[in-house]
Ligand binder design. Structure first.
Ligand code: NAI
Ligand code: 15L
Length: 267
């Protein structure tokens, strides 16, 4: 199936901007949506402002598209009321809209924080169980399960990206493991738009020498990352996170925030 009409949620955000620029003119329709203003529509673009927590609006958003790239939501740790609305209710509404509209596939921006309480001497894959490091990470683990429900029960292909640190370049030692370059992010989303899968969880990470993640499932589907954080090692390799907990666990600075766990369980 050639996907012609794409919906991008969270289009006003950092990664939404990366995809908007990269995908300009590539599709018959690129429908851009966010809860905040998106400016003026370019050629083949359509702009729909919508709070994903509004079920009717989210349903209308999904009408007439072949695929959805779902980036919209809160991208950091905060309180339950906000996370519940944007990330939990928002993701349910989005998938429900996709089901009603007969959408072929959804690419879901999960996060490494769904598995952030795993220590960083462990190599994880998309099959590794969630071990969230925050309420935010838990909403992403929930989103991966929503994706599984709608894939296996309702036939919507779901590609979940446990994104590491998608930045112009790595900014500290941790990011030498977790970095996803903008160009590799676009490559991974293109795999999500073209590959044959049912429900797949992969890591959003470049070809980093120090990666903590076995991304062979993404490679099997055709992902060929071209960037490696190691070229920045001399520049940022000495910039350490400033607590033992943040350095020990994959989730980095999300871990010490509100931590009340047992130090003897540090394994
Ligand atoms: P961002 O904060 O720049 O963009 C998220 C966008 O979602 C914002 O424009 C915001 O207005 C919108 N949004 C929030 N609540 C909404 C709602 N209720 N309805 C509609 N739109 C809503 O975040 P960024 O960095 O672009 O991340 C995009 C996605 O990727 C997020 O889901 C984030 O959790 C995920 N991610 C990003 C990583 C990164 O390194 N940038 C790492 C891991 C995951
Ligand atoms: C995320 O999930 C956040 O959205 C992003 O801002 C970074 O903190 C990233 O993870 C990371 O772990 O570096």
């Amino acid at each position: 199936m050639t996907l012609k009409r794409i919906l991008l949620t969270g289009a006003a955000g950092h990664l939404g901007g990366v995809l908007r620029r990269s995908f300009a003119g590539q599709f018959q329709l690129l429908r851009l949506s966010d809860v905040v203003s998106l400016g003026t529509a370019g050629e083949s673009e359509e702009i729909l402002t919508c709070d994903l927590a509004d079920a009717a609006a989210a349903r209308a958003l999904c009408e007439g598209v072949d695929a959805i790239i779902h980036l919209g939501g809160i991208a950091y740790e905060t309180g339950w009321p906000e996370l519940l609305q944007s990330n939990i209710v928002g993701t349910i509404n989005l998938y429900e809209g996709a089901r009603h509209a007969g959408v072929d596939r959804v690419i879901f921006a999960s996060s490494n924080h769904a598995t952030g309480m795993h220590p960083n001497d462990r190599t994880l894959s998309g099959e590794s169980p969630p071990r969230p490091d925050s309420r935010y990470g838990l909403t992403k683990a929930f989103g991966e399960d929503v994706a599984a429900l709608y894939a296996y029960k309702h036939g919507i292909r779901s590609f979940c990206l446990r994104i590491g640190s998608c930045l112009p370049k790595p900014d500290n030692r941790r990011a030498l493991s977790t970095w996803l370059s903008h160009a590799d992010f676009v490559r991974l989303v293109q795999v999500g738009l073209t590959a044959d899968y049912i429900h797949e969880i992969v890591y959003g990470v470049s070809d980093n020498t120090r990666s903590w993640w076995d991304n062979s499932a993404a490679y099997r589907l055709g992902y060929e990352p071209q960037d490696n954080a190691e070229i920045y090692a001399a520049e940022v390799g000495n910039i350490e996170l400033n607590t033992e907990l943040a350095r020990h666990y994959q989730g980095g600075n999300f871990v010490p925030n509100e931590f009340s766990g047992r130090k003897e369980w540090l394994g």
